[in-house]
Design a protein around this ligand. Structure first.
Ligand SMILES: *Cc1c(COP(=O)(O)O)cnc(C)c1O
Length: 466
């Protein structure tokens, strides 16, 4: 049965509005407008309930790395559901898919990572991070070492710990966050904070904010620093190349654990298996989720480096933490199939050698568009900062639009209407297409992007914003 044909779009929308509270959504506003109902997908294209074809330049929510409709993943799930749909890993038991995935993750992880703790999502993975780094210092007899440092405009998930680690002010404003023992430094966002500095100069300055914070808190109290190699939800903020090596040096200097949240950057997104490899740093812990299963089924976790694993295993005793679905056999079977497919298709290499550089080239050309004041790409993630190039009101790199004009949302509306999913973070337009995207499809995407920028430009001119 094809469920999309069982009801009309309006019927779906009515039932949706009546019963389904969506994440990160103004419930009332959406109910008035009606959701877009997505019914099918294949490769990089979605189909909605009105039969429109949409190029999904966001890989669902940064996760469908191998694209939609991959039979190997579907078969792995179906087979495992039949054989053993669930068993837990609590009571000194394990299932073959979980063991196989743990082994395979050790193979594709950076050197020094041979162990994994599974969760059901990225947020839960970061909850595990908080528990694990604090436990690590406890076991070492330094329980006062409990403060975790993070960055403003970071996204680390939406559970209490995940949202606290994250640096989204809107999230902190609801529900009494952050939880105690988490502090934030400013992000390495050159367009916003770079002043007159060159990118590389700014990268070192932005890293020095970590050292200042460690000294302000007291190095004996700082447990860990967490960051996304490239901030995803924050707007594809690609740090200068000088940033991460300096962060690494500072963490090493004070013995602070370094955590790389690779929920987006992991599994090929940057043209490397993990983003830390793109930026040349060696974390102690890595959070993963999203791309590990290409989003076909939920799974997340923490890759545990030797430094932490040795202490927890040899001195830690029982670690009082875990989830019902830690090592879920169906999720793990899909992840194994997904990682093998990434290997077979050579997707990491393809992004590194071919499609990543090709996208970068096209984005350089988009930098000529009168609405675009900055472009950034990293592998297959990219951002277009919209603004005024005349520097009206100052600003060496162009000027932001008035926030109340919501130019990003105007642009996003044109994208939707023209069959393209591109996300707006303020006036920063971002993409992260499936890693299977071809050069021809990148061309197709670039044509759509330029068309939507042109339509947005016309709106801006009509409203006198330029
Ligand atoms: C999406 C995301 C998370 C949260 O993952 P969920 O599966 O939504 O809980 C955490 N960190 C980063 C960097 C993310 O992009």
């Amino acid at each position: 049965m094809n469920t999309s044909t069982t009801r009309s779009t309006q019927q779906w929308q009515a039932a949706d509005a009546a019963h389904f509270l969506h994440p990160f959504t103004d419930f009332q506003a959406l109910a008035k407008k009606g959701s877009r109902i997505i019914t099918q997908a294949e490769n990089i294209y979605l189909t909605d309930s009105d039969g429109h074809r949409i190029l999904d330049a966001m890989s669902g929510l940064w996760c469908v790395n191998v694209g939609y409709g991959q039979q190997a993943l579907i078969d792995a799930a179906t087979r495992q559901l039949g054989q053993l749909p669930f068993y837990n890993a609590f009571f000194q038991t394990a299932t073959p898919p979980a063991i196989e995935l743990a082994e395979l993750l050790a193979e594709v992880s950076p050197p020094g990572f041979s162990r994994v703790f599974f969760s059901g999502s990225g947020s839960e993975g970061n909850d595990t991070i908080v528990r694990m780094v604090r436990r690590y210092w406890d076991v070492l007899g330094q329980p006062q070492r409990s403060v975790i440092l993070s960055r403003k405009n970071a996204y680390h998930g939406s559970t209490m710990a995940g949202a606290s680690l994250g640096g989204m002010s809107g999230m902190h404003a609801q529900g009494g966050l952050p939880i105690p023992g988490i502090q934030h430094i400013e992000q390495p966002y050159w367009f916003e904070n770079g002043g007159d500095m060159s990118r590389e100069e700014f990268g070192r300055v932005a890293a020095s904010w970590l050292e200042q914070k460690i000294l302000a808190v007291g190095p004996e109290k700082v447990a860990a620093f967490i960051g996304e190699p490239v901030q995803g939800a924050g707007g594809v903020i690609v740090p200068p190349d000088s940033y991460w090596p300096e962060i690494q040096r500072i963490c090493d200097k004070y013995g602070v654990l370094l955590v790389s949240d690779e929920v987006i950057c992991g599994f090929g997104r940057t043209g490397h298996w993990f983003g830390c490899q793109r930026f040349g740093f060696k974390p102690d812990l890595i959070t993963f989720a999203k791309g590990v299963t290409s989003g076909y089924i939920p799974l997340g976790g923490v890759l545990v480096g030797d430094r932490v694993a040795k202490v927890l295993i040899e001195q830690g005793g029982e670690f009082e933490h875990g989830y019902t679905y830690s090592g879920h056999p169906v999720a793990c079977a899909v992840a194994v199939a997904n990682i093998r497919l990434i290997q077979q298709l050579g997707l990491v290499q393809q992004v590194h050698d071919d499609t990543g550089p090709y996208l970068a080239e096209l984005y350089k050309q988009l930098a000529d568009h009168p609405l675009v004041v900055e472009t950034q790409t990293c592998g297959l993630m990219a951002a277009l900062q919209l603004g005024r190039r005349d520097g009206k009101g100052g600003g060496t790199r162009g000027q932001r639009f008035d926030e109340s004009w919501s130019v990003g949302m105007v642009c996003r509306g044109h994208c939707f209407a023209n069959g393209l999913i591109m996300r707006a973070v303020g006036d920063r337009m971002i993409i992260a297409p499936p890693l299977v995207i071809t050069r021809a499809q990148i061309d197709e995407m670039a044509v759509l992007i330029r068309r939507c920028l042109d339509l947005t430009l016309q709106d801006c001119q009509r409203n006198g914003w330029l």
